[in-house]
Design a protein around this ligand. Structure first.
Ligand code: FAD
Length: 327
């Protein structure tokens, strides 16, 4: 009989990756439905300070999986370490945040148990021992429910923004040290991936006009700039626009960009992928212009225009100028 849920806590040199708290919230929510305990695991050479931090959550236990070879992240090292913990604990479910690091090693870990990794989940529900995960597919057009067949453990990752870090229940948990075996490490780690450095601070903007792939080309950005100018707002973008270098990366909104909460957020040709929504969903009023009526951005928009932004934006800009001119 398998026991409980194991949740993986990610860190860099002992500094918590806050998406891990979302994974804790996901694990706690499932644990309540399954009537099972949640154990957290942190891998590293010396992670005692972080273990103390995590022990302040409502968990059955915090395990420090220790080995000198875990001082720096490598997929070989982490796979060995977490495999060892999973074999000793025999959990029913192992929950991870859906991060770059997890995507690097978790499929390999799952394969060691001859399992698939149920990745990128946005929700999960338990009915007895059956776990039902929801994944967003076809660029957010459909939600697919996935039920894991077969014996435990089940391995699942949760997209950032699916659960809120402040939903993770506080408590007090004992800390346990576990020396784990790590075999041969075949890679030499390079400098870790750097998140966006913020030269422009959009978090204080009152009005943001954000463009997505619907804008089609860099030249068309002028259309959005005129609207932003008429409103006295700032220009921002979804990730593909910054990846294409049409706008600098410090204009990117979302899980790997800035988190903003302006009074007004206008999304032009943005589909509303969860990684974008997580960066702007707390905006006061959200207006979306998108030609696809099924685009997920409309789920959170207060006002929406289903139509072509190339027709709607110039009209909107002119009307705003008139109103401002009359004021
Ligand atoms: C780990 C990870 C981190 C990520 N981080 C971020 C992040 O921080 N920020 C972010 O934004 N994304 C992020 N993404 C990417 C995210 O998953 C989506 O791919 C991205 O947000 C989609 O951008 P988009 O809405 O501009 O493009 P698309 O999804 O291609 O949507 C374009 C939209 O424009 C509409 N459209 C097309 N033509 C017109 C027109 N003429 N008029 C009106 N509407 C039109 C379409 O109907 C469509 O809905 C991340 C992904 C991963 C895996």
């Amino acid at each position: 009989m398998s026991n409980g849920i194991l949740v993986f806590i990610e860190h860099r040199d002992g500094a918590l990756n806050r998406t891990s708290l979302e994974a804790v919230a996901a694990a706690q929510s499932l644990a309540a439905q399954m009537d099972q305990p949640v154990t957290a695991v942190i891998a590293g050479a010396d992670v005692s300070a972080l273990a103390q931090e995590i022990a302040a959550y409502d968990l059955a236990k915090v395990i420090q999986a220790k080995n000198e070879k875990l001082a720096q992240y490598t997929p070989d090292g982490y796979t060995d370490a977490i495999e060892s913990v999973v074999r000793q604990l025999d959990p029913q479910l192992v929950v991870f945040p859906h991060t770059y690091l997890v995507r690097d090693f978790a499929p390999k870990l799952a394969a060691r148990f001859e399992k698939a990794l149920i990745s990128d989940c946005i929700r999960a529900q338990a009915a007895g021992t059956t776990l039902r995960f929801t994944r967003r597919i076809f660029l957010g057009k459909l939600d697919a429910d996935v039920v894991s067949d077969g014996a435990a453990p089940v391995f699942a990752t949760f997209q950032s923004g699916s659960y809120r870090p402040d939903q993770a229940r506080k408590g007090s948990a004992p800390i346990e040290e576990m020396q784990v075996e790590v075999a041969n490490i075949r890679m030499t780690p390079e400098a870790p991936f750097q998140e966006v450095k913020q030269a422009v601070d959009l978090s204080k903007a009152d009005i943001i006009v954000a463009v997505g792939r619907g804008i089609k080309s860099k030249d068309n950005l002028a259309l959005a700039e005129k609207l932003a100018e008429a409103l006295g707002g700032d220009l921002a973008a979804s990730r593909p626009i910054c990846d294409a270098e049409w706008l600098p990366i410090d204009r990117q909104i979302g899980s790997s960009g800035q988190t903003v909460a302006p009074k007004l957020y206008i999304a032009l040709g943005i589909s509303g992928a969860i990684q974008h929504l997580v960066g702007m969903k707390n905006s006061g009023t959200i207006v979306a212009i998108n030609k696809d009526p099924e685009a997920p951005i409309f789920d959170i928009a207060d006002y929406g225009i289903v139509g072509d932004l190339f027709e709607a934006v110039p009209v909107l800009t002119e009307e705003i100028k008139k109103i401002k001119g009359a004021a």
